[in-house]
Write a protein that binds this ligand. Structure first.
Ligand code: SF4
Length: 498
C-alpha cells in the first residue's frame, strides 16, 4: 500500500500509533462518527485565522493544492526566488508537508512560519510539527534559518480596524526545533515504517487507563470487552488515574464489581454515582434541596444565553475568542401559581449585538427576584464582559449578577443523584431523567455548539432568506427549551420536597 505520511499523520502517530494505523488501514473503523459541530468549528476557525495571518506578508504567492502540478509550481516558485510563498507543497521519500508560510531571506536561506488558531504555543505538538517540515525541506537542500509559530494574541482588543501586527504574536521557536530535529527525523522514519506495515497492531489500548472523554473513535473496536457504561464513566476518573488502573489491572470494568477497597478511596460524587447505579436508587437530600429552593425569591427569571466565540474579533472591544452574546430566552414566573411568561431576544443583523442585548435584558428582567441559570459561571462572565464594553450598563449588570442563582448547584452539591445522570450534571443529562416528556432529541438544534454555528451562518450571509428564517425559528425553539427545562426541573424539585 503506497502511503504518503503527512505532518498531521506524524503528530497523530506521536499521540497514538494504533489510532493512526487504523485511520490509514481501516477508515471504516476510524471514521464511524461524523465530525461534531465543535470539530467543524475548529477547522473553519483554523482556515479563517490562516487567511487573516497571511496579511502579515502582503506579497505572498499561494500554491492552491497538493497535486503533482502543485509540487512543480512550488519548485518553480523556489527557482524564481519568490520572497513569500503560502502553502508550498513538498513531497519526498513518502513524506508530505505543506508549509503555511515560507519566506526567502536575502542570503538565500528560508524562514518557515506555522499559523495556529491557538492563543499560545503548544509545546507538545507545534515544535514537532515544525521539525517535521524542516527535516523534509532540508531534503530539498533548503537551508532553514528560522522556524516560528504565528498564533493569536489573547491580549489584543479590537478598536477600529483590525491591527494585524497586534492581533498575532509571532514566536521564534528555532532553538526548540533544532533541539528535536534529529529525533523527529528518526521518528519520521519509524512512523512511516509503522503505518506501511499491513499487520494490525496488537496489544492493549493505552487509553484503557483513561476516562471515557479521552477515548478516540476506535476505542470500542479495540476494546470490545469494555462496557458502554462502566468504570471509565465514573465522574472525573481521569483525574484519579491510580484508582482506574487498580480496577483495570484486575479486569474490573463494571460499576457493580468495584471492590470496597477502591470504592472507599473514591470521592463522594464518585461513590454516589456508583451507589445510585448499583442500587438503582435516587439519592435525595430533601432538606438541603429545600434550603436551596427557599433561598430563591419570586419573581423567578429562568434565563439562558447563546453566544458565538469568534477567533478574529468582529467588533470593537472584543478579544480573540471572546463570546458574542446574540440570543437569550427568558421565562418569568411571578408567583408559584402565577402564569409563566416567555420573553426572548435574538439578534441577526451584521452588527455588534451587545447594546441591543443588554437594553432588552434590562427591560425584561426588572430589579427584583432571582435570576435562575444553569452553570452561572458562563452567564455571569458574559454579563461582566458586557459591563466592560458598555460602562453605562455596568451597575445594572453587577446588580443582575448578584441576583443569579445556579440551579445546577443542587446536582453539583450531590443533593439529587440519579443513576441515569451517569455522573453528569449538564442540563442535557438531567432534563430527560427528571422530566422525560421534554427532550432535545427531535429538535433541529440540539446543543449550544450547533446554535453557535447556525447563528454564524446567518452572520456570514451564507444562507438564503428562507434558510435564515428557518435557523431563527430553530434557534428560538432550542434556547426556549433550555430555559423552559430549568423551570420544569425547578418545579420537579419543588414537587419532590413538598
Ligand atoms: S483509544 Fe486511545 S490508545 Fe486506543 S486507539 Fe484510541 S487513542 Fe489509541
Amino acid at each position: 500500500m503506497a502511503i504518503l505520511l503527512t505532518k498531521t499523520d506524524y503528530i497523530l502517530w506521536r499521540e497514538c500509533k494504533k489510532n493512526i494505523w487504523l485511520k490509514i488501514h481501516k477508515p471504516e473503523v476510524y471514521d464511524t462518527q461524523e465530525l461534531s459541530e465543535f470539530e467543524k468549528q475548529i477547522i473553519e476557525t483554523g482556515n479563517e485565522v490562516e487567511l487573516v495571518a497571511r496579511k502579515l506578508f502582503p506579497k505572498g504567492f499561494l500554491v492552491e493544492g497538493r497535486s503533482l502540478e502543485d509540487q512543480k509550481t512550488t519548485q518553480d516558485l523556489l527557482v524564481a526566488k519568490k520572497e513569500i510563498i503560502f502553502q508550498p507543497i513538498f513531497v519526498k521519500d513518502d513524506f508530505l508537508a505543506a508549509v503555511d508560510i515560507l519566506e526567502l531571506n536575502t542570503d538565500g536561506s528560508y524562514n518557515i512560519y506555522e499559523v495556529k488558531s491557538t492563543t499560545d504555543v503548544d509545546k507538545k505538538n507545534h515544535y514537532h510539527d515544525l521539525a517535521f517540515q524542516v527535516n523534509l525541506l532540508e531534503k530539498f537542500d533548503l537551508e532553514i534559518k528560522k522556524a516560528s509559530v504565528i498564533h493569536l494574541n489573547s491580549e489584543y482588543i479590537r478598536h477600529g480596524e483590525i491591527e494585524i501586527n497586534k492581533l498575532f504574536h509571532t514566536e521564534d521557536v528555532t532553538e526548540h526545533v533544532k533541539e528535536i530535529l534529529w529525533t523527529v527525523g528518526q521518528e519520521m522514519v519509524f512512523s512511516l515504517k509503522y503505518v506501511v506495515d499491513e499487520d494490525e497492531p496488537r496489544g492493549q489500548c493505552d487509553c484503557v487507563y483513561k476516562g471515557r472523554s479521552n477515548h478516540c473513535s476506535t476505542f470500542k473496536y479495540s476494546n470490545p470487552k469494555v462496557p458502554a457504561y462502566g468504570v471509565h464513566d465514573i465522574s472525573r476518573i481521569g483525574a484519579s488515574k491510580a484508582r482506574l488502573q487498580e480496577l483495570i489491572d484486575v479486569g474490573i470494568f463494571e460499576l457493580k464489581d468495584v471492590p470496597e477497597e477502591t470504592f472507599n478511596k473514591l470521592s463522594a460524587p464518585q461513590q454516589n454515582q456508583i451507589i445510585a447505579y448499583v442500587k438503582d436508587a435516587i439519592l435525595q437530600d430533601k432538606l438541603n434541596i429545600k434550603r436551596e429552593l427557599d433561598a430563591i425569591v419570586f419573581p423567578l427569571y429562568f434565563l439562558d444565553y447563546e453566544t458565538f466565540p469568534c477567533a478574529i474579533p468582529r467588533f470593537d472591544g472584543f478579544s480573540p475568542y471572546q463570546q458574542i452574546p446574540f440570543q437569550y430566552s427568558l421565562y418569568i414566573l411571578d408567583s408559584f401559581n402565577g402564569e409563566l411568561k416567555h420573553f426572548e431576544f435574538l439578534f441577526s443583523k451584521k452588527e455588534d449585538p451587545s447594546l441591543e442585548f443588554v437594553k432588552s435584558l434590562q427591560k425584561d428582567i426588572g430589579e427584583n427576584g432571582t435570576i435562575v441559570v444553569w452553570n452561572k459561571k458562563f452567564e455571569c462572565k458574559i454579563n461582566e464582559e458586557l459591563g466592560e464594553r458598555l460602562p453605562d450598563y455596568k451597575l445594572f449588570i453587577e446588580q443582575a449578577n448578584a441576583r443569579v442563582y445556579d440551579l445546577m448547584d443542587i446536582f453539583g452539591k450531590q443533593f439529587y443523584v440519579h443513576k441515569d445522570f451517569k455522573g453528569k450534571i449538564s442540563i442535557k443529562n438531567v432534563l430527560p431523567v427528571l422530566v422525560p416528556s421534554l427532550s432535545y432529541k427531535d429538535l433541529e438544534i440540539k446543543e449550544g455548539g450547533t446554535a453557535s454555528q447556525r447563528w454564524n451562518e446567518i452572520w456570514l450571509g451564507n444562507v438564503s432568506e428562507s434558510e435564515k428564517e428557518n435557523i431563527i425559528k430553530n434557534l428560538k425553539t432550542y434556547c426556549g427549551l433550555d430555559t423552559y427545562a430549568m423551570y420544569a426541573i425547578w418545579k420537579h424539585l419543588y414537587d419532590t420536597i413538598n
